[in-house]
Design a protein around this ligand. Structure first.
Ligand SMILES: [Zn+2]
Length: 95
């Protein structure tokens, strides 16, 4: 079974499948970002509302956490947000 790797740019630490980042990176995130990620994830799990929109909310919250972490570690140049890619894919599918 492949190891699941932390989502932080440049981090090779493993994480639990239920976690977004390794414990070190998660603990360093500001509380509002952690709260936002958990809230988006729970909303998506509950599935109340439009699933595609809820999932994009999750992606955007993860992007923000990845950007914040990358900036703090001087890796902003390596950060590539996922949300624009997802939006472009959806737009292409909708045509
Ligand atoms: Zn990490």
């Amino acid at each position: 079974m492949p190891a699941i790797i932390c989502q932080a740019v440049g981090c090779a630490c493993t994480r639990r499948s239920s976690q977004f980042m390794c414990t070190d990176h998660w603990k360093r995130l500001p509380m509002p970002l952690r709260t936002q990620i958990n809230a988006c994830w729970r909303a998506w799990r509950r599935g109340e509302g439009e699933r595609d929109a809820l999932w994009l909310d999750c992606i955007e919250a993860w992007d923000e956490a990845k950007r914040w972490t990358a900036e703090g570690e001087g890796r902003l140049g390596q950060f590539v947000p996922d949300a624009p890619r997802i939006r472009a894919l959806r737009a292409a599918r909708a045509r």
